[in-house]
Design a protein. Structure first.
Lengths: 322, 349
């Protein structure tokens, strides 16, 4: 290495890869759920946190440290929560003809309720076990191998997220492109009314989408417990800016562009903050500002008009008086 | 057995109600009437609170000849000095209040104005999300910015009425200040909503494209409304900082924004009286939870968490059961409408 221009650039690149995998696992389900159901779900952060806490409660109360078990359980639980949200809240609101903004606000309400419900659960669990669940340490799993490629140590989190992200991408591709139910999901995404007329069971397809999306985000949360040093009930919330920005770069429609967004945001955050930290002494905790700048830039330069309405104001020339 | 302090309860409830009602009135103007999904109300509230806290703490120390580079107000010595020097001059305290209110209005308002630029082009989801995340960024910034006390925040902020000896009178004086500003906010928002601008806002909320085609300058209207709404939110922040005499980053979590949202949803979108009612109900529940829970001896469940769960579920349930809220929006009767009705009636006769 020697006189590298940026000390720790190797670490920054490793972090970029690691966060890219996390953002893929968190953001792909967000994009998929929006384009199929047309609901901007801010409670998406809860899926991640609840997934993480499934693993934490398994580890802290039952002493279980097998990631595959935690992942399967988290998939089922967060998937079920997502379906429940849809059946109890989103579908009734949509049937009544509420505007997308109203449905979004209801998802905000769910977000707050779920978040503090988890805080209460951790308090109760603390009362019975005398363990600190509000800031839980990293979990070492017994069933995930550690790797080493070309002299670079690969952590458990990296191996697990690499496997999961690859599986998610491949399986989603196969599901959406090769199976009948996947074609039905795409049909509902493109034109819900037409899909319903042509005999596609729309509510089943929508529920299935929610189940898959909630579940994948939950698995991401489980993997997060092997990465983060202090997992709190805010784990999902602290990533919501990045996860949504990645989704917005994909316009909340294109899964491919969401993937590109994941790479972009991970690189901007990790390499960018390494450079700023070295040359300008910017604290590392200011990395979300880089994502925010990217978000603002995306909104100004290439406003995603497809999702959630919006007007092409670009034709309003500067100085045109109205 | 200590009797229940009913006057203390009323003062604390009404003060909190006044502060939150300013927020809910302006949020109703922005979101209920103009259709801007402002999920970042807490940004402008927090900026206002920090502006007044920083301004007051630093100016009090500096005007008393303390070198703030050596004993900054967030230091333990600074806090003690603030307590000693804070309430010596009534004129200075009142002057600082007025100055804080003006600067907080200007700073919060300008921030709201600037934030409309990137969000003009996109729909409600992106607007809401951008404002929401700016709230989180503000919190991260405050947590790491040393001059405002980083994660500890600022404490022992001298209050405008600190020179009044009797605590009851002091609280009552503060309450009248809060209610006075609330009345000002109500008059301004009421006038705005019932003006031609207010009717344009409703048009914009219901169909932005139609409003644009009718020649309304949608971007400028939105920016103006966010300037006014955010400015008043900044003033509410000033009131909060002086009321609690301390600020710290964790007071300004996104849940605060949704507390205000719950108020306008419960009270009714686009109805100002509804916002007042919603604010009154929710702050009342909040105060009751804080006053009652310790007396029940429940320690496992924190009243803070319980309150936020209630707020979250309330938003969902009201939207599901009664989306118009307790006091639904009423159509506005303008003089022009009366004339038209008169003419129609005249013709039919």
């Amino acid at each position: 290495m020697g006189g590298s221009l940026i000390p720790g650039i190797q670490q920054a690149i490793m972090n970029t890869l690691q966060y890219m995998l996390f953002y893929l696992i968190f953001s792909l389900p967000l994009t998929l759920s929006y384009r199929t159901t047309k609901v901007i779900n801010f409670a998406h952060a809860n899926f991640i946190t609840y997934g993480a806490y499934v693993a934490i409660f398994l580890h802290g109360i039952m002493g279980l440290n097998i990631m595959s078990v935690a992942a399967i359980l988290a998939f089922l639980i967060t998937g079920a929560i997502a379906v429940l949200n849809n059946v109890l809240v989103f579908t009734p609101l949509q049937k009544r003809g509420s505007s997308p903004a109203i449905i979004m606000i209801s998802s905000m309400g769910l977000w707050i309720a779920y978040k503090y419900l988890l805080y209460m659960t951790t308090d109760i669990a603390h009362y019975y076990t005398i363990k600190n669940f509000v800031s839980y340490g990293r979990i070492t799993y017994s069933d995930v191998p550690r790797g080493s490629v070309g002299g670079v140590e690969l952590s458990q989190a990296f191996v697990a997220s690499l496997i999961t992200a690859s599986l998610v991408v491949v399986l989603l591709y196969l599901l959406l492109e090769k199976t009948k139910i996947g074609r039905a999901m795409r049909a509902v995404a493109d034109n819900p009314s037409l899909a319903e007329i042509s005999g596609i069971p729309k509510s089943f397809v929508v529920n299935l989408t929610w189940f898959i999306c909630g579940g994948i985000a939950g698995i991401g949360g489980v993997i997060w417990t092997s990465f983060s040093g202090a997992i709190t009930p805010e784990a999902g919330d602290s990533m919501i800016l990045q996860v949504f920005t990645v989704g917005f770069i994909g316009g909340l429609v294109s899964l491919l562009r969401t993937g590109i967004g994941a790479v972009l945001i991970a690189a901007i955050e990790n390499v960018g903050i390494a450079i700023l930290n070295t040359y300008f002494g910017v604290p590392v905790s200011f990395r979300p500002f880089l994502t925010f700048v990217t978000l603002i830039t995306t909104l100004i330069v290439s406003p995603p008009l497809g999702a959630g309405g919006g007007l092409p104001y670009r034709f309003l020339k500067r100085g045109s008086r109205r | 057995m200590i009797g229940f302090d009913i006057v203390g309860f009323m003062i604390s409830w009404l003060t909190l109600f006044g502060i939150y009602a300013i927020l809910s009135l302006t949020l109703n103007l922005e979101s209920g009437t103009a259709g801007i999904t402002n999920f970042g109300k807490v940004v402008f509230y927090g900026v206002g609170a920090y502006v007044s806290a920083t301004l007051t703490a630093y100016l009090i120390l500096m005007l008393n000849g303390v070198d703030v580079s050596e004993t900054p107000p967030y230091d333990i010595e600074g806090i003690i000095l603030l307590g000693e020097l804070g309430n010596k001059s009534p004129l200075l305290n009142i002057g600082l209040l007025v100055l804080s209110l003006m600067i907080a209005f200007a700073v919060s308002g300008s921030l709201g104005y600037l934030l409309t630029y990137p969000i003009l082009r996109v729909g409600p989801a992106f607007v809401g999300f951008t404002l929401l995340s700016s709230g989180e960024l503000l919190r991260i910034f405050l947590q790491h910015y040393e001059p405002v006390g980083a994660s500890k925040g600022l404490m022992a902020i001298p209050t405008p009425f600190g020179w009044i000896a009797d605590s009851r009178v002091r609280e009552a004086a503060y309450l009248s200040l809060v209610l006075g500003l609330l009345a000002l906010t109500y008059v301004v928002t009421h006038k705005l909503i019932n003006s031609p601008l207010g009717r344009t806002l409703r048009a914009l909320r219901d169909d932005e494209i139609a409003a644009l085609c009718l020649g309304k300058h949608v971007p400028r209207i939105k920016a103006t409304i966010l300037f006014i709404g955010s400015g008043f939110a900044g003033m509410a922040g000033v009131l909060l900082a002086y009321y609690l005499t301390s600020v710290n980053p964790n007071m300004f979590v996104p849940a605060v924004t949704f507390n205000v949202w719950a108020m306008i949803i419960l009270g009714g979108f686009g109805n100002l009286k509804g916002s007042l009612l919603g604010a009154a109900i929710i702050t009342f529940v909040d105060r009751v939870l804080t006053f009652v829970t310790p007396q029940l001896g429940v320690t496992v469940i924190s009243p803070d968490y319980l309150r936020w769960v209630i707020v979250g579920l309330l938003i969902v349930i009201v939207l599901l059961v009664n989306p118009k809220g307790l006091l639904p929006e009423k159509p506005i009767k303008t003089p022009a409408l009366d004339v038209v009705l008169e003419e129609l009636r005249g013709e039919s006769r």
